[in-house]
Design a protein around this ligand. Structure first.
Ligand SMILES: [Zn+2]
Length: 300
């Protein structure tokens, strides 16, 4: 029955969106105290991520899904990445690493920087991807990496690249998600790193009018945007890029609530979040159809 089929599709769409929003809500709850690296709030966030990894039946790479690291010696500063994997069936020795930082700015006095868009949204989308890839064996192997200490200098992703659990040349792609739930002043979400995949750009461009492509041509230069932001270094894909690993970065530009106490889950537009998740999912489905040499046409 077409009617029932349509209702089932609607139900799936709504339940996905509800779960995404629930994850964002929990990660940006007042209890999490803004998830500043090294705080009790960040530890609570890790607990939630570990519970979700276990529910998703992801494999543990390190003990308890944790990758601790030191990023400063005097004074000593430490962080803890959260990571888990799912083995693929066609190219089990080729990895797509999905990254999203879970840390944020914490509390300043009584002010809590909730960090709903930055970046509870990316972590929630990463968990949603893991859920969608659960039902049939994916083509590639996946590592889901929730990084710590991104806000203070991409330290979690640098630590992953410095001590990777798999050889760096087996990573065919870094899909980085950072601030995917808020439109910028132009109503857009941005995708960076897709220049070498014109077929993907063409498909997404047709399907998502709110998606804007930023084409990186080299350090600090952009093909289609005069942005003052240094996109290759704006988030966790930077260390992957510098290690010669291709990346695709879904993220927002600075919006009115960016790095303010107003970055709360209540301000998220569900329709925009839904669009972002669909674009990310279509991208993963496209990646799953490409052989490794298309994604990473060197060092194979
Ligand atoms: Zn961020």
């Amino acid at each position: 029955m077409p009617g029932q089929f349509f209702a089932a599709i609607l139900l799936i769409a709504f339940s996905t969106q509800a779960e995404l929003l629930t994850d964002i809500q929990q990660l940006s709850d007042a209890d999490m105290q803004g998830r500043k690296s090294g705080t009790a709030g960040a530890a609570l966030a890790r607990q939630l991520i570990a519970e979700r990894f276990a529910l998703l039946q992801l494999d543990s790479i390190n003990n308890g899904y944790q990758q601790p690291f030191v990023y400063s010696s005097r004074p000593e500063k430490t962080g803890i990445n959260m990571l888990a994997s799912r083995q693929g069936c066609t190219y089990p020795n080729h990895y797509i690493v999905v990254t999203a930082h879970y840390d944020h700015l914490g509390q300043h006095g009584r002010k809590v920087f909730y960090g709903a868009d930055d970046n509870a949204s990316g972590v929630a989308a990463m968990l949603e991807l893991a859920a969608r890839l659960k039902y049939s064996c994916p083509v590639y192997s996946y590592i889901f990496l929730a990084t710590d200490a991104e806000e203070t200098g991409l330290h979690g992703s640098k630590a992953f690249i410095a001590a990777p659990p798999v050889p760096l040349n087996s990573i065919v792609m870094n899909l980085n998600l950072d601030m995917i739930s808020q439109p910028d002043r132009r109503g857009k979400l941005y995708l960076t790193g897709a220049r070498r995949y014109p077929a993907l750009v063409s498909q997404l461009d047709t399907n998502f009018s709110h998606l804007q492509f930023l084409h990186h041509r080299g350090p600090g230069r952009m093909a289609r945007d005069n942005s003052r932001y240094n996109w290759p270094n704006a988030s966790d894909h930077g260390p992957f890029h510098r290690a010669g690993i291709p990346y695709l970065f879904f993220g927002g530009q600075e919006h009115a609530y960016y790095h303010t106490v107003q970055d709360t889950w209540q301000r998220i537009e569900p329709a925009f979040l839904d669009m972002a998740m669909q674009a990310i999912w279509q991208t993963v489905q496209w990646l799953e159809q490409q052989p490794p040499q298309t994604l990473r046409p060197y060092e194979q």
